[in-house]
Design a protein around this ligand. Structure first.
Ligand code: GDP
Length: 309
């Protein structure tokens, strides 16, 4: 990938896309193409085709998706399945037809079977039933992987797919109904601290294990793969270690400076029991995560305080 390549970052306002945009800018890539949702509706095939025919980006990064936490995924399977299929089909097809030389499709660790071996190797894909709370989203992402692999096999396209673990960082969604756990707990502890509440409500049993990767680490990994990885085989991007939701909640309380109680709402689902990615493949190529969880949470909390009032 060259500094003067035109690079389209689909989804540049989201958690992932904004981090990739920051990273590419910092590294001196200067032909970065972005479009807001108002400027380009990625679910509209004609609009996407017209945009690609006009701009002909050399590199396409598919960071646009309808995403959400366990509740949103569970409540709106139709929207998660349909919108994600539409967005990725439009982008991947148009990238091929307009002659893009490389495409990076971002999936998710929820594509793996609910009871996959831990840590989860890339080979676990399609080895068993999915976790029901995010099955619709996972099926869409699996379809995206298969479409990229099909373009590679049938047309020789250099379309690669990376599977990030649970992410957090600046520009995360802090809406309590639709966010993921880390952003939700940052908000809840901050609000409890500032309002003087003695407890926050945490969903589920606290026992599921999750890993969390700072989105700046993900952006560095994406750039690394764009420059060093040309295989249609999927590749995991993770932090390499996990912790329980209870441990996460305690860590967030420490960072925020909230010393009240945790009230567990066991009517809410736990989701998959454990979701730790095996990152030996990307590590063997020469990339590893750099931002420790406590430091990343502190940085994200500072961002939250500066942007949410
Ligand atoms: P998942 O990784 O797809 O299950 O998505 P989430 O990040 O939304 O949830 C991870 C785990 O955190 C689940 O076991 C949730 O029940 C638990 N959790 C605890 N409190 C919260 C909360 O306030 N919001 C969310 N989204 N999850 C929570």
């Amino acid at each position: 990938m060259k500094k003067e390549d035109s690079i389209f970052i689909a989804g540049h306002r989201g958690l992932v896309g904004s981090a990739i945009l920051r990273r590419l800018r910092a590294d001196g890539f200067n032909r970065l193409l972005t479009r807001t949702r108002a400027e380009l509706d990625l679910t509209n095939r004609q609009a996407v085709d017209d945009f690609f025919a006009r701009e002909k980006p050399a590199i396409v990064i598919v960071a646009a998706a309808k995403v959400g936490g366990i509740k949103a995924n569970n409540d709106q399977p139709v929207e998660f399945l349909l919108e994600n299929l539409q967005i990725q089909n439009n982008l991947i097809r148009a990238a091929h037809e307009s002659g893009a030389s490389k495409l990076l499709f971002l999936g998710s660790s929820c594509i793996y079977p609910k009871h996959a071996p831990q840590p989860i190797p890339e080979s676990a894909l399609l080895g068993g039933p999915l976790e029901p709370t995010n099955e619709a989203y996972a099926i869409a992402k699996i379809a995206g992987i298969k479409l990229c692999q099909s373009y590679a096999r049938e047309y020789g396209a250099n379309f690669i797919s990376a599977m990030p673990t649970n992410l957090y960082g600046p520009n995360d969604n802090f809406d309590l109904e639709t966010s993921h756990v880390l952003a939700a707990l940052l908000r809840k502890t901050h609000e409890a601290k500032t309002s003087g509440s003695r407890a926050i409500v945490v969903w589920g049993s606290g026992e599921p294990r999750r890993e969390f990767l700072h989105v700046d680490d993900l952006a560095a990994a994406c750039l690394f793969l764009l420059q060093n990885y040309d295989s249609p085989e999927i590749i995991n991007i993770g932090a390499g270690k996990d912790l329980t939701i209870r441990e996460l909640a305690e860590l967030i309380c420490e960072v925020v400076g909230f010393d009240g109680d945790l009230d567990w709402d066991r009517s809410k689902p736990d989701g998959t029991p454990r979701k730790l990615l095996d990152i030996s493949k990307i590590e063997s190529l020469g990339w590893k995560p750099a931002i420790p969880l406590r430091q990343g949470i502190a940085q994200t909390y500072a961002w939250f305080q500066a942007h949410h009032r």
